[in-house]
Design a protein. Structure first.
Length: 559
């Protein structure tokens, strides 16, 4: 399927007044109002079908296809992507670990457009899930009691998966995940007032209080499996959320590039200011490299699920962090306008700036993901087998996800150095191979050095993480994401746009590795990236590595 089918169907978000446009998104955000019309439009276009595995009647096969759907929605509004896409989070436990009857029931609900929520966190416990106090007792039906807080779609959702204590003593086997249908518990629950947030102001972030609420469904994967099911689910969702950051940055780039082209300053266009040009071109490179990495990461779920737990934390940390960094650079070019809630693109840039800041918190915050990276240090040492090449061949057919192969903790993971070495072996004859070869050598060497240091310093328990280990894990995540992007580059066909030219990879590796590029080469790469970006803007197509270089015609025609 064409990865841009939804972009085409929704149209240009910078124009018009209808749902899914910048104007509508900002106006609703100002009122803290959920984009209900835009969500209904997504339902009408069949987006929920992409949340449901094809074996259950949906269209979810390869996860890079779902990743592209999320990016298209996030290009219009992060609030919409988070609010509508929350159903993925609420339904994945059933699809990954539920019995056949539950899978069919949840699939039917999602295909009908019902929002499904996940009731996981509580006011006093946050990420410490084993301190949760909401409990379930009795049998057929069980009774839920207690309060879940900061729950996305707690009010809008027709049903939700609830993480509840089912053994008084708690512990890793003391919690279960229950699929709770609101229709089954009239008068036994109350939704809490919507929480006022800094970003995604229109999202239904609230809570729910259960008062001996009946829940007849059996616990997902059996009683006591709640923590294991949640951790397995996070492997999937952490590989999807980075695509929301990529989609948002696409729109921010477009807004600032159009401003820079039109804005005269000191008697010339902003684009004539060398520092501004460098910031813009480097932000484009960062965006394209991150897109490449997160698409490869999504494919890991299909072709290398045993590796996915590590890569999910790498990309869940890296992509939002890189987007925030690029947005700060873009704000420098945009000047005072980056702070305005009106004007250029209806004031959308400031909304994107606020919205993206929350993405690093969802499904495990920055420290949780860096801890998971560090705790895999020994597995990385044993990981001399790289993922199959299919992980990097974007949008080629791939097997459906086998949930049984998802490992919460991987015994062996191919890390950044393995991918860098394999990418270098495939460079011959590719654009920029002369400069990329020493850069990939440095990437492999730095990755191995950081991995060894991280393995020596990582404590046995996440609660004992030191600042030094956090720093090392952060550095390794950036190196690993660059290695993923390099893998996409070397597996791309010669006619793949920027993937074929490789300018984005040269600039990204130079930044990541602190590699001194010859100035003429850096300037040429930046010039070509800017020319590519403006061609995409003028053609009303996304800024993506999946475009044809000469014509900006989408690759991968609809099947």
């Amino acid at each position: 399927m064409n990865p841009f089918w939804l972009d085409r169907a929704l149209g240009d978000p910078a124009t018009g007044d209808g749902p899914g446009t910048f104007r509508s998104a900002v106006e609703l955000d100002e009122r803290d109002e959920f984009p209900a019309q835009a969500a209904s439009q997504l339902d009408a276009l069949g987006v929920p079908r992409h949340y449901v595995p094809s074996a259950l009647g949906g269209e979810l096969g390869s996860f890079d296809g779902l990743a592209s759907v999320l990016r298209a929605v996030a290009r219009r509004d992060v609030t919409l992507a988070v609010g509508h896409g929350k159903t993925i989070l609420g339904s994945q436990p059933a699809f990954l670990s539920g019995d056949s009857e539950m899978k069919r029931d949840v699939a039917r609900r999602v295909l009908a457009g019902e929002p499904i929520a996940l009731a996981l966190t509580e006011r006093g416990n946050g990420s410490d899930l084993l301190s949760s106090v909401v409990h379930a007792h009795g049998v057929s039906p069980r009774r839920l009691h207690g309060e879940k807080w900061l729950i996305n779609n707690a009010t809008r959702g027709s049903a939700m998966c609830v993480f509840a204590r089912t053994r008084a003593e708690g512990g890793p086997r003391g919690f279960s995940l229950l699929f709770a249908d609101k229709a089954e518990m009239p008068g036994a629950y109350a939704t809490l007032p919507k929480i006022r947030t800094h970003g995604i102001r229109g999202a239904d972030i609230s809570g729910i209080r259960f008062e001996e609420a009946p829940c007849s469904a059996a616990p997902i994967c059996g009683e006591g499996a709640g923590l294991a099911v949640v951790l397995k689910m996070f492997i999937v969702t952490r590989l999807l959320i980075p695509n929301v950051a990529v989609g948002a940055l696409d729109s921010a780039l477009r807004i600032v590039l159009e401003f820079a082209r039109a804005r005269a300053l000191y008697g010339a266009s902003v684009l004539r200011i060398p520092h501004a040009r460098d910031l813009l071109a480097d932000a484009i490179a960062s965006h394209l490299a991150t897109e490449a990495a997160v698409l490869a990461g999504a494919r890991m779920l299909n072709v290398a699920p045993g590796h996915a737990t590590f890569w999910s934390s790498v990309l869940k940390y890296h992509a939002p962090a890189r987007a925030e960094h690029a947005l700060r650079d873009l704000a420098l070019v945009f000047g005072a306008r980056h702070y305005l809630r009106e004007g250029d693109a209806s004031g959308m840039f400031q909304k994107i700036l606020r919205d993206v800041a929350i993405l690093g918190v969802f499904d495990g915050n920055m420290l949780v993901n860096l801890s998971n990276i560090a705790m895999h240090a020994s597995a990385l040492e044993r990981g001399d087998l790289a993922p199959p090449d299919a992980a990097f061949r974007l949008f080629e057919p791939s097997p459906e996800l086998d949930p049984a192969k998802l490992a919460i903790v991987a015994a062996r993971v191919a890390g950044a150095e393995s991918l860098a070495v394999r990418a270098r072996e495939r460079l011959a004859g590719r654009t920029h191979d002369d400069v990329l070869r020493p850069m990939l050598d440095r990437l492999a060497a730095q990755s191995a050095s950081v991995r060894r240091e991280m393995a020596r310093a990582t404590p046995s328990a996440p609660s004992a993480m030191t600042s030094n280990v956090v720093r090392l894990a952060s550095r390794y995540a950036d190196l690993a994401a660059a290695a993923l992007a390099a893998g996409v580059f070397v597996h791309a066909g010669d006619d793949a746009v920027v993937a074929g030219a490789g300018d984005w990879l040269v600039l990204t590796l130079a930044r990541t590795l602190d590699f001194d590029l010859p100035l003429p080469l850096a300037d040429d790469c930046r010039e070509r990236l800017l020319a590519y970006a403006f061609a995409a803007i003028d053609a009303h197509t996304p800024l993506s590595i999946l475009l044809d270089r000469g014509t900006s015609k989408e690759r991968h025609e609809s099947s």
